[in-house]
Design a protein around this ligand. Structure first.
Ligand code: IPD
Ligand code: CA
Length: 264
């Protein structure tokens, strides 16, 4: 069972079960368990419980595959595959009761290195909104069975653009300066608070573009494939893959314009 559609079927099954657990826990009330890299960077009991569920299911069903999860870290496997998981992307939204949060499950092939691995399948499930974004390499991107396409045509008012800010206060000034340089290309800006949904919305044409510095592999592994399979371009500066230095997602033409605007 190693074809991209088969892997996607498992990713979907697990993301949906995990999403329902997150949603149920949210309705019972949220407890912040700890802060991580900065005071604003929180983890809830639900993040940990949901990641455990995903990890245990994968251990049972794909014991040879590797695992990389935001909350419990990496574990190398003996097969060519690694599962890259964010149990709750948009944790601050989750903690505040904003429904824009998602479970993100990707399976990638190759060395467990985000600079070189190849995403094969990805599922991003937003349980409080009831939306499931999926992609399997070579088989397109879908929302509820409907194929997704990025927007190729940007009107004269400019692009509807999303961005985000890392948790480290020291990075905010540079991020805001970049946003200022992108503004002339934008009709308006959104800060949704969940990178996986920002990317999925670019794939769905709900946003024209998204860019953010500081993303971790689990933030973009699944939804990055959704963008690419929807005909979009996702990457960093100067041909680098998407990652911590920069992630831009848009149509190819708009990608170039955003990169030129924010690069320096
Ligand atoms: C965060 C969200 C947020 C983005 C941060 C991410 P988390 O993920 O995706 O939108 O701005 O860079 O770390 O902490 O909610 O899983
Ligand atoms: Ca998370």
């Amino acid at each position: 069972m190693t074809s991209s559609p088969d892997l996607l079927a498992l990713a979907v099954d697990i993301a949906c079960e995990a999403g329902e657990l997150a949603h149920r826990r949210r309705s019972e009330g949220v407890a912040i368990a700890a802060t991580k890299s900065a005071l604003a960077d929180i983890v809830t009991e639900a993040d940990r419980e949901v990641e455990n569920l995903i990890r245990e299911r994968l251990r049972a069903e794909r014991p040879d595959d590797g695992f990389l999860g935001e909350e419990s870290g990496p574990e190398r496997g003996s097969s060519e595959f690694t599962w890259v998981v964010d149990p709750i992307d948009g944790t601050v939204n989750y903690a505040y009761g904003i429904p824009a949060y998602a479970v993100s499950v990707a399976v990638v092939a190759g060395e467990p290195d985000p600079r070189t691995w190849e995403a094969r399948a990805g599922a991003v499930y937003a349980p409080a909104i009831g939306e499931l974004f999926t992609a399997a390499r070579g088989h397109g991107a879908h929302l509820a069975g409907v194929p997704l396409h990025v927007n190729d045509e940007i009107g004269p008012a400019g692009a509807l653009m999303a961005t985000g800010f890392g948790y480290d206060p020291d990075t905010h000034a540079q991020d805001l300066a970049r946003l200022g340089r992108a503004m002339p290309l934008a009709r308006d800006i959104r800060r949704i608070g969940a990178a996986s949904l920002d990317l999925a919305y670019v794939a769905a044409g709900r946003l024209d573009a998204y860019f953010e510095r500081g993303l971790q592999p689990w933030d973009h592994a699944a939804a990055g494939l959704v963008v690419a399979e929807a005909g979009g371009r996702i990457g960093g500066f100067a041909g680098a893959p998407a990652g911590r230095t920069m992630t831009i997602a848009a149509s190819s033409e708009l990608f170039d314009r955003i990169e030129r605007a924010i690069e320096h």
